[in-house]
Write a protein of this length. Structure first.
Length: 334
């Protein structure tokens, strides 16, 4: 029997299905669990969870700890962390993985602090070292930094959607379901009343074939409008870097990179983006990369296939109008 505890994924669900990031983490957890010779298990909290349980088992979970209760319908930080800590103290997982999502970004540190263990956030890779410790890879100092948690258990990490592949589904796979009672708690300090999903561009950024990502070089809200206009003309997904979020031009949901989304479009166009590693790590899967930057010496040009050394505020309106004119001419021919 292995001396290690199981590998856990704290899963998320919506509309009766497990979230893609949770399935991707189950795929990775399954690999790690097989290497350690332990179970791959998942914790699922919410209400009306039958479909999500099937997704987790079909994707590789051996066991699902299930807390299915109307009080858990919306993510509640106090209640969710209480249940996860209670389960972790009882079942002693070796590793706990969560998505770098709105929920995971808050819940993972809450759980890690209560379990008095370490947490590596926004990992871009996970593997076991030769002592079977979890190596958590994070871009830093111009390379990849490897973090281990040598003493404390569980080892905890968050990972964004798209870092790992979605595992193949095996609908015949069976697993164990362990019903988890929901504890009675007093009125919490923080309570989720409603979850409002903001639309990102015309659809999910992760599914967009072309992505335009605007950066600090857009310069102003007016400059940002030119980035938006190019997006509209191309029918592309609108993404951004951290400074664009900080300036209030774009929502956090559209940020690409280490602390944002991981995307693999056919075409990535970075506008006024300097090519910092924390952003570029989110687009390593892009097939064709283009950058528009007014500094011909910008490091971004070393990382892309095609570079345009122009002021984006002048170049983008011209490009958008050329695309519009081209589209109009094609319409006229049909
Ligand atoms: C732990 C950590 C995590 C992070 N995670 C992320 C993340 O997930 N995603 C992310 O994006 N960032 C992240 N960051 C921030 C990241 O390090 C960079 O600061 C950020 O990506 C830089 O954004 P930028 O390229 O838009 O801005 P800058 O680096 O300021 O670059 C702006 C570029 O625009 C060019 N420019 C200026 N004016 C014009 C013009 N008129 N026309 C054309 N080009 C112009 C400039 O030459 C420059 O190259 C993280 C940082 C840390 C420390």
């Amino acid at each position: 029997m292995s001396s290690f505890g199981p590998v856990w994924v704290i899963a998320e669900q919506s509309e009766c299905a497990a979230e893609i990031v949770s399935l991707q983490l189950v795929g990775k957890a399954r690999q790690l669990a097989e290497q350690l010779g332990v179970n791959c298990e998942s914790v699922l909290l919410g209400s009306n969870l039958g479909g999500a349980v099937r997704d987790l088992l079909a994707s590789g979970a051996d066991r699902v700890y299930l807390a299915d209760d109307p009080r858990l319908e919306l993510y509640q930080p106090a209640l969710y962390s209480e249940i996860i800590c209670m389960l972790a103290e009882k079942w002693k997982p070796e590793i706990i993985l969560m998505g770098s999502t709105f929920m995971g970004r808050e819940l993972a540190p809450l759980v890690a602090a209560r379990l008095r263990t370490g947490l590596a956030a926004h990992c871009t890779g996970l593997r076991l070292d030769r002592d079977n410790r979890l190596e958590q890879l994070i871009p830093a100092y111009g390379g990849l930094m490897s973090i281990v948690c040598p003493e404390k258990r569980p080892q905890m990490a968050t990972v964004a959607r798209g870092v790992f592949a979605t595992p193949a589904r095996d609908a015949q796979r069976k697993g164990e379901i362990v019903a988890v009672p929901v504890p009675e708690m007093g009125e919490p300090t923080v309570r989720t009343l409603e979850i409002v999903r903001e639309p990102v561009s015309d659809g999910q950024l992760e599914d967009a074939r072309v992505i335009v990502s605007g950066g600090a070089g857009a310069g102003s809200a007016e400059g940002w409008e030119a980035v938006r206009e190019l997006c509209r003309e191309l029918g592309a997904g609108l993404a951004c870097t951290r400074p664009a979020v900080d300036a209030g031009w774009a929502p956090l949901e559209s940020m690409i990179g280490q602390s944002g989304k991981m995307v693999s479009p056919e075409v990535y166009i970075g506008v006024g983006v300097s090519g910092e590693q924390q952003h570029m790590v989110g687009v390593v899967g892009a097939k064709l990369m283009i950058a528009v930057n007014n500094d011909p010496k910008s490091p971004v040009f070393e990382q892309v296939d095609l570079g345009v050394a122009e002021d984006c505020r002048e170049f983008l309106p011209v490009l958008a109008s050329k695309i519009r004119a081209y589209r109009e001419s094609r319409k006229a021919c049909v």
